[in-house]
Ligand binder design. Structure first.
Ligand SMILES: *[C@@H]1O[C@H](CO)[C@@H](O)[C@H](O)[C@H]1NC(C)=O
Ligand SMILES: *[C@@H]1O[C@H](CO)[C@@H](O)[C@H](O)[C@H]1NC(C)=O
Ligand SMILES: *[C@@H]1O[C@H](CO)[C@@H](O)[C@H](O)[C@H]1NC(C)=O
Length: 805
């Protein structure tokens, strides 16, 4: 410190000398440095003013000033030196004035004399530069470009001139240098110059020590700390954590399910780093499906998501910070299939109806099955119900053919409901059904079938033409005209007459009508074939035999063959006088063209000359004596015999029987009277003619029959046994009886005995109802086998009335 003071003193001395010279002519001037020690000598005022030391005391010299407060100087009266009495601080006296002059006055009394003294106070570097704040804060946007200048607040230095702040130094750093701005004259202002861009994200605050230096000697400095806060600039775009987000989502996920959360970061801060998320150019299809939380980036389900529409969805997400820097990412959403679609069955073609003649393997229809789901969920199995003659044959892709597996029969099953079931492999699986109605078209494959194997019709003879015999009925299960039955008679002949003249059949109803009136005695039975034909094309038919049996009606009265009709015969039976009781006297022979009961004859004596003498066998017609004859008995006996059949009502015939009780015809003079009749001769000639013709006929007949039946060697049955021929003309015209259907008839078999009058000439006329006695003319025309056919295969041989002699 003493060195400093002595240094100062040296300067003072030099300055002093110079100033002294300078102010010699006017007021006395001195120049001193500030901050001189009290008692330091400024100059010798006595000598500078030319005053003697003693004068000073005597004249009461003193230093005076205008200022009241402080007295900086005084005069040493003993040597005349002007001395500093207290510290002089230039800065407080003159602040920044470049010259600082203190004006003092030296006052001398006796006489009062005022000498002005100017004392220039010179600056010394006694003040260091000083910043008004120790901390200088700057906020600099990181976007500031290189070369940007930031004015620093000035450091103050109370000193002036070179002792004032001369330069600034900033702590070494990469971003800033310092520059002295001299734009304002006389002021040296520091400014920070950006030499390298700031990056808030790297360093958000920079602290630098700023030093202000003055130019004094020794140099003084002041420091402050510069705090540079780097302000954010939106220089960072948001950055997504991944460029592509992958997510998978089952379809039909409920609304608000979170799919994925995207997230982006922005290094910027504040609004610059505030990110909002949005969809970028989303297709209209997706707008209703997804939502995004703008703040959190959560992507959620909004609508119904369907795998079948889109199996994967790509969304672009935009992240945007406050001022609008954006970046993008992609979200790939895999839509996972859920088995939510039923299979659909569609019928692509169907041959309906299908003909029942279609062979197995015929393709009936083509079916297509679709399932919009994928993989297993879309894999479909198709089937139809069992027990149907159809199957599904998988074809290309999703196609199936419906083919027949067996023959079809419309008459058994005319319609099929084929239910196709399609089921997918999903779990749980979904299925659907479709029912196809398939009709089977008819083919005329069934002939009409009669309800019965054969029909029999019974009709009484003498029927009215047009009366109904019976009806036949045939069924044909085919469809419509293929099953429409039409009846008709098969052409044939019965007794050389077309059947159509006997019968007619109603084509629609199958009712058979008689066309004519039948006569049992002409025709007992016949067969016709009725055909039932359907209306198909070609038509199918079948036929049935209808046997028509004509029943006898008691329309023929008994015919008495013997005795000859009344009045035409001279036949008189001789009764020996010696005849005893029970002697056969005669016999009434009668026949009935009817059959059965209608031909069952009974004989009764209705009137007799002597009612007690003769009796007639009710069945055989044999007339016998009832007692021994007496002499008294009348020679001529007359009987009236009635022959009745058993029909309902019964028919009858009567005849007269003349009996002559005599042993000798000659004894009977009135014989002629009894027997002769005018008509008899005529009848006799008829009888003879008939007898001859019948005999001739029979002979011819027998020859033919024998010839025909040569091989069969059957012994002809004798119908007549006796010498007396019965006139053939009296035989019933037809003794045909057909079969055993009339079972009663055999029970009524009976024999008719014919008696010619003599005991030895009995003959038997056999008429068995089991026999087939066919009309002779028919026999002649037909071969035996024909007969067999007509009769219906029964083993009847045609046997004909034959007689031998
Ligand atoms: C087929 O279905 C129809 C209507 O559903 C029904 O009327 C008909 O009886 C069915 N047919 C068969 C053969 O099941
Ligand atoms: C009858 O059958 C024939 C074939 O035999 C067939 O062509 C026709 O369509 C059938 N008619 C009806 C009505 O079914
Ligand atoms: C009648 O039917 C039989 C078999 O039922 C057959 O043999 C015959 O040929 C048919 N006759 C006619 C004319 O159709």
């Amino acid at each position: 410190m003493s060195n400093t003071v002595s240094g100062l003193s040296f300067i003072h001395i030099c300055v002093f000398i110079f100033l002294r010279l300078y102010f010699a002519n006017g007021d006395v001037s001195y120049t001193i440095a500030e901050e001189m020690k009290s008692g330091s000598v400024v100059g010798n005022i006595a000598s500078d003013l030319g005053l003697g030391i003693s004068t000073l005391s005597s004249r009461k010299a003193r230093i005076d000033t205008d200022r009241d407060d402080k007295r900086y100087f005084d005069i040493n009266l003993s040597n005349g030196d002007l001395i500093v009495t207290q510290r002089i601080d230039r800065e407080s006296l003159c602040d920044k004035k470049s010259t600082c002059v203190l004006k003092e006055e030296l006052i001398l009394e006796n006489p009062l004399e005022i000498q002005r003294i100017s004392i220039q106070v010179q600056d010394i570097n006694d003040n260091a530069p000083e910043f008004s704040e120790g901390l200088i804060s700057f906020e600099i946007r990181e976007s500031a470009i290189k070369g940007a200048k930031f004015l620093l607040s000035e450091a103050r230095d109370a000193d002036i001139g070179t002792n004032a702040v001369q330069r600034y130094i900033v702590q070494h750093n990469e971003h800033f240098t310092i520059n002295i701005n001299t734009e304002v004259p006389g002021r040296k202002q520091g400014e920070l110059v950006l030499v390298k861009e700031l990056d808030r994200e790297q360093q958000s605050e920079i602290k630098l020590v700023l030093t202000a230096l003055d130019g004094g000697t020794p140099q003084r400095s002041g420091t402050a700390v510069i705090v540079v806060t780097v302000l954010d600039a939106n220089d960072n775009t948001p950055v997504f954590s991944k460029p592509v987000y992958k997510a998978s989502l089952p379809e039909n996920s409920p609304a608000d399910s979170i799919i994925v959360k995207v997230s982006a970061t922005d290094a910027d801060e504040g609004p610059n780093g505030e990110i909002t998320y949005n969809f970028d150019h989303m297709s209209n299809n997706y707008v209703s499906l997804f939502s995004i939380d703008q703040k959190t980036g959560e992507i959620k389900v909004k609508g119904a998501i369907d795998h079948e529409t889109d199996s994967s969805i790509e969304l672009r997400i935009r992240a945007k910070d406050g001022p609008g820097l954006t970046s993008y990412c992609t979200v790939m959403i895999d839509i996972i299939d859920v088995n939510d679609n039923q299979p659909t069955i569609s019928l692509k073609s169907l041959s309906n109806p299908i003909s029942e003649s279609a062979p197995p393997g015929t393709e009936v229809g083509i079916i297509n099955v679709q399932d919009r789901d994928s993989e297993k969920n879309g894999k479909v199995h198709c089937s139809i119900q069992k027990n149907l003659p159809f199957k599904l044959v998988p074809s290309i892709k999703n196609y199936y053919s419906l083919v027949t597996t067996g023959g079809l029969d419309r008459e058994l099953v005319s319609d099929y409901n084929i239910t196709i079931t399609a089921i997918d492999e999903g779990s749980p699986s979904l299925s659907s059904f479709k029912t196809i109605q398939l009709s089977v078209a008819d083919i005329n494959d069934n002939p009409p079938v009669f309800e019965e194997q054969s029909y029999s019709a019974y009709i009484n003879e003498n029927n009215k033409p047009g009366s109904t015999l019976c009806s036949v009925s045939a069924q044909d299960p085919d469809w419509r005209q293929n099953g429409t039955v039409i009846y008709s008679l098969l052409p044939a002949e019965v007794n050389s007459v077309p059947v159509s003249s006997y019968l007619s059949v109603n084509g629609d109803t199958g009712v058979i009508h008689a066309v004519r009136s039948f006569d049992y005695e002409q025709l007992q039975s016949f067969k016709v074939h009725v055909m039932a034909r359907d209306n198909g094309s070609p038509p199918l038919s079948s036929n049935v035999t209808v046997s028509v049996f004509i029943s006898d009606v008691n329309d023929n009265s008994p015919q008495i063959l013997y005795p000859a009709p009344e009045g035409s015969s001279f036949m008189t039976e001789l009764v020996p006088k010696a005849a005893h009781k029970g002697t056969l006297v005669s016999k009434v022979i009668a026949v009935d063209a009817d059959s059965g009961q209608n031909a069952w004859l009974s004989y009764h004596i209705v009137k007799a000359t002597d009612p007690g003498l003769f009796v007639i066998d009710v069945h055989s017609g044999e007339i016998r004596t009832q007692r021994d004859l007496l002499e008294s008995d009348s020679m001529k006996q007359n009987l009236i015999v009635a022959v009745k059949d058993n029909g309902q009502p019964s028919l009858s015939a009567t005849c007269s029987m003349y009996l002559l009780i005599s042993d000798n015809l000659a004894e009977v003079p009135e014989l002629k009277d009894i027997s002769y009749d005018e008509k008899n001769s005529k009848l006799t000639s008829y009888l003879i003619t008939a007898l001859v013709s019948v005999s001739t006929f029979f002979l011819t007949f027998i020859i033919i029959i024998l010839g025909l039946r040569f091989c069969r060697r059957r012994k002809p049955r004798l119908l007549f046994d006796g010498a007396v021929a019965i006139p053939g003309a009296y035989l019933p015209p037809n003794y045909a009886d057909v079969d055993g259907t009339g079972t009663l008839r055999s029970a009524y078999n009976y024999d008719t005995y014919l008696t010619t009058g003599s005991r030895t000439s009995d003959f038997k006329f056999i008429s068995s109802y089991n026999d087939n006695t066919l009309p002779a003319d028919q026999t002649l025309k037909k071969s035996p086998s024909d007969f067999t056919d007509i009769v219906g295969g029964c083993d009847y041989s045609p046997e004909v009335g034959t007689f031998t002699k």
